[in-house]
Write a protein that binds this ligand. Structure first.
Ligand SMILES: Nc1nc2c(c(=O)[nH]1)N[C@H]1C(S)=C(S)[C@@H](COP(=O)(O)OP(=O)(O)OC[C@H]3O[C@@H](n4cnc5c(=O)[nH]c(N)nc54)[C@H](O)[C@@H]3O)O[C@H]1N2
Ligand SMILES: Nc1nc2c(c(=O)[nH]1)N[C@H]1C(S)=C(S)[C@@H](COP(=O)(O)OP(=O)(O)OC[C@H]3O[C@@H](n4cnc5c(=O)[nH]c(N)nc54)[C@H](O)[C@@H]3O)O[C@H]1N2
Ligand code: SF4
Ligand SMILES: [Mo]
Length: 691
């Protein structure tokens, strides 16, 4: 028996993009471990992906094409051949392609982050077809946009520097669950004397382990950042020289921040005034002493109405105190903007012959139910879903479900497992997992280009997304040579060789090495050079003004809160958030038995005071509801949830929950202030005990 080791990369929507070593014996993957030599992975994989073999070889894998035989949503299918599946899809799509190609909609997100199995051959296919474009907003667009206005792009502190910071603000993130390899660095910083601060309305696993935990109400982070600016300026903890050289709009910012006294900030955030002072002083005085202060801002702050502005305000802080002077100072939201990917070469937008409409994936519920109109264009008559599970993950779920239940909607789903969305498919196409296909990856939490080599042959009749779209292109009669490109040919175009950062990219050698770091300076903005229009960190943004936004850091209240909607809050007094569970990755892994067993069942954390007034005891079943819908789970009475807040870790497969529902029954389709993103954590609910 000969064992070989294959270099792979974790495909999941996680900032860490780990380097993986897969042991293969007689064509079977027998062990999956983190590459000990990869500096950020450091030999460690999370619990979820350590189970990747269990997931890949699961008896529940979809291994053959299927055709629906039951009602939509019932999940009854019959096995068909690839030939029949492709014929049937082409027969349904061809008339639409001739009459109204925009009636066809791709729906995909980051089931895999791969540059190949994500948007490459698929985009070519939909561009050639003239299908509607999809605005992929469901995760990160609010913060991305706020950060871009301020810093200029998704570039920030290198993960490999954080251990040298003396203060780390972990703002709206729960890295123990969702960014493990950052947490390892933060732990090292702690050992070297750093103070860790968690800013999170919930006492998450991470917050429990920080020196200081500040718990503002959801959606009030923009105010907290303004309050910090107020104190930093009032107590002269700012870096005047850095501000003068490398920032824009300080005088206006000063006026704005003056309005945000610690008292006003504290009242807005629902925290003690001393905490505002303590936080600002810890951050400002440490910077003033010449030590690096760093911020890891994450997705928790951006899933509310003012989510873009919240990230923007927080992103102003490092420039204010000159933290960018240090490699270990600054802020990281995402590192994705550091990667010179060659998306046009992969996705071929030039194949699109005319301007087509764009549909926002966040409002898929409404958009599937929308009739044709001059403003909207044709009704959506066909959806092709891959790398996503919209029936479970998209907001205002009852609308999403009603949309996918439309008898006159033709739905194709490319999947590895029979998810909630698959249950609504007319045709199901079995997709390979990361062990079975090739891919090239960037990361959004580190700076390595990554290669994934296939370790095993595809199971059953599963095929990579790239191959499925090649076959579909052939069936549709597309003859452009780009549809014949192999995965290796695609991968060799993943990164630009005419960019200094990735000038050393070579797919053949990356495949062998597994990973290669970008050429990037250690302290990207030590001497300004922000990729903004002014080249400075923009406290004042003319671009925001042109886009109809407040050009200065501001506070935008939630859509739903006691102060913005008192009548609604009288009916639904509790704010609900539904951040990721440690053992799931969005809705991926919920069906892996061992991981689901660790999470138990859908639960809702509620503060003892809020439980008492509702006669709810620990372990009771409760119904969470508002005007949009309801779902049932088990109550955990705990001070981890601050008063006025309930927390349901997500995202459960609906069909694996008692009542066939999940947290997205109560979330809304309203969009953020910028970036057209969802507002999952801007949700008021009531909770009651059920027998
Ligand atoms: N294990 C695991 N890891 C994951 C995922 C997963 O599902 N499971 N998902 C991946 C994906 S797609 C993403 S986008 C990231 C998301 O992961 P993170 O970036 O960590 O963001 P969230 O999980 O949305 O929220 C993190 C924390 O923010 C808090 N929070 C909620 N609302 C607010 C608020 O208004 N203000 C502040 N300050 N905090 C708030 C929550 O209580 C939570 O503890 O994780 C990725 N990694
Ligand atoms: N209530 C609430 N809702 C949320 C969030 C929240 O915090 N709270 N978080 C939101 C966020 S941040 C995100 S990113 C979205 C995530 O939403 P999605 O991007 O839909 O992520 P997943 O739920 O993980 O579903 C991905 C699916 O892709 C499939 N897949 C994986 N690899 C492949 C492949 O190679 N080929 C094919 N064909 N399929 C593949 C997996 O089996 C899985 O079913 O959810 C959002 N929804
Ligand atoms: S999910 Fe994240 S932490 Fe886990 S193996 Fe993948 S990249 Fe690493
Ligand atoms: Mo996400």
């Amino acid at each position: 028996m000969t064992a070989t080791q294959v270099r792979a990369a974790c495909p999941h929507d996680c900032p860490d993009t780990c380097a993986i070593l897969v042991t293969v014996e007689n064509g079977v993957a027998t062990e999956i471990k983190g590459d000990p030599d990869h500096p950020t992975t450091a030999g460690v994989l999370c619990t979820k992906v350590s189970r990747y073999a269990e997931r890949t070889y699961s008896p529940d894998r979809l291994l053959y094409p299927l055709r629906r035989v039951g009602k939509k949503g019932e999940g009854k299918f019959e096995r068909i051949s690839w030939n029949d599946a492709l014929d049937e899809i082409a027969a349904r799509l061809k008339p639409l392609a001739e009459s109204a190609p925009e009636a066809i909609l791709p729906y995909s997100y980051c089931g895999t982050m791969g540059l190949l199995q994500g948007e490459s051959m698929s985009s070519r296919f939909f561009h050639q077809l003239g299908a509607s474009l999809l605005d992929r907003t469901i995760c990160a667009m609010a913060g991305f946009t706020g950060y871009k206005y301020t810093i200029g792009g998704s570039i920030g502190t290198d993960l490999e520097q954080f251990q040298d910071a003396k203060v780390i603000l972990i703002w709206g993130g729960n890295p123990i669950a969702s960014n493990l390899h950052f947490w390892m660095r933060a732990q090292e910083a702690k050992r070297r004397g750093a103070k860790l601060v968690a800013i999170d309305p919930y006492r998450s696993l991470t917050a429990e382990k920080c020196h200081l935990h500040i718990a503002p109400m959801p959606g009030t982070d923009a105010a907290l950042a303004l309050g910090m600016m107020h104190v930093l300026i009032a107590e002269n903890l700012v870096d005047d020289d850095y501000i003068a050289q490398y920032t824009l709009g300080y005088e206006q910012l000063k006026e704005r921040a003056a309005e945000w006294t610690p008292a006003r900030t504290a009242a807005t955030c629902g925290i003690p005034e001393e905490q505002v002072l303590e936080l600002a002083r810890l951050y400002g005085q440490t910077a003033r002493a010449g030590e690096p202060v760093a911020i890891r801002v994450n997705y928790g702050v951006q899933r509310v109405r003012g989510g873009g502005m919240a990230v923007r305000n927080i992103a102003c802080l490092p420039a204010l105190v000159g933290a960018w002077r240090h490699a270990a100072g600054g802020i990281q939201l995402s590192t994705s903007g550091s990667f010179p990917t060659n998306k046009p070469a992969l996705q071929r937008p030039d194949l699109l012959k005319k301007l087509v409409r764009t549909i926002n994936m966040t409002t898929i519920g409404d958009d599937l139910l929308r009739p044709a109109s001059p403003a909207f264009g044709p009704r959506v008559d066909a959806v092709i879903v891959y790398n996503s599970n919209p029936v479970a993950v998209a907001p205002d779920s009852s609308k999403v479900q009603a949309g996918f239940a439309r008898e006159d909607l033709f739905t194709v789903v490319l999947e590895q497992f029979q998810t909630d969305t698959v249950d609504y498919a007319d045709i199901v196409l079995p997709a390979t997992t990361q062990l079975e296909h090739a891919d090239a990856h960037l990361a959004y939490g580190h700076l390595y280009m990554m290669a994934n080599n296939p370790a095993i042959a595809p199971l059953g009749e599963a095929k990579p997304n790239t191959e499925i779209f090649r076959l579909l292109a052939a069936r549709m009669g597309f003859t452009d040579p780009c549809f014949a490109e192999t995965d290796d040919e695609l991968a060799s175009k993943a990164f630009r060789k005419d960019d200094a950062r990735s000038i050393h990219f070579d797919w053949e050698s990356l495949k062998k090495k597994g990973w290669e770091k970008l050429n990037m300076p250690a302290a990207p903005f030590a001497y300004g050079k922000f990729p903004t229009p002014s080249g400075k960190c923009e406290f004042f943004s003319a671009a925001m003004q042109a886009d109809g936004l407040d050009p200065l850091p501001a506070y935008i209240e939630n859509y739903e809160s006691a102060s913005s909607t008192p009548d609604l809050a009288a009916k639904y007094p509790l704010a609900m958030i539904s951040p990721p569970a440690r053992n799931f990755l969005n809705s991926t892994f919920v069906n892996v038995q061992s991981l689901r067993a660790t999470e138990g069942e859908p639960q809702l954390d509620i503060h003892p005071d809020d439980a008492t007034t509702r006669a709810i005891n620990h372990g009771d079943m409760v119904r969470i509801f508002n005007d949009r819908g309801s779902f049932v789970c088990k109550a955990r009475v705990t001070e981890k949830a601050r008063k006025g807040l309930v927390v349901g870790l997500s995202i459960w497969w609906k069909k694996l929950a008692r009542d066939g529902k999940n947290a997205n029954e109560v979330t809304s389709q309203r969009l953020t202030d910028m970036g057209r993103a969802p507002t999952f954590y801007d949700t008021l609910v009531q909770v009651e005990r059920v027998s």
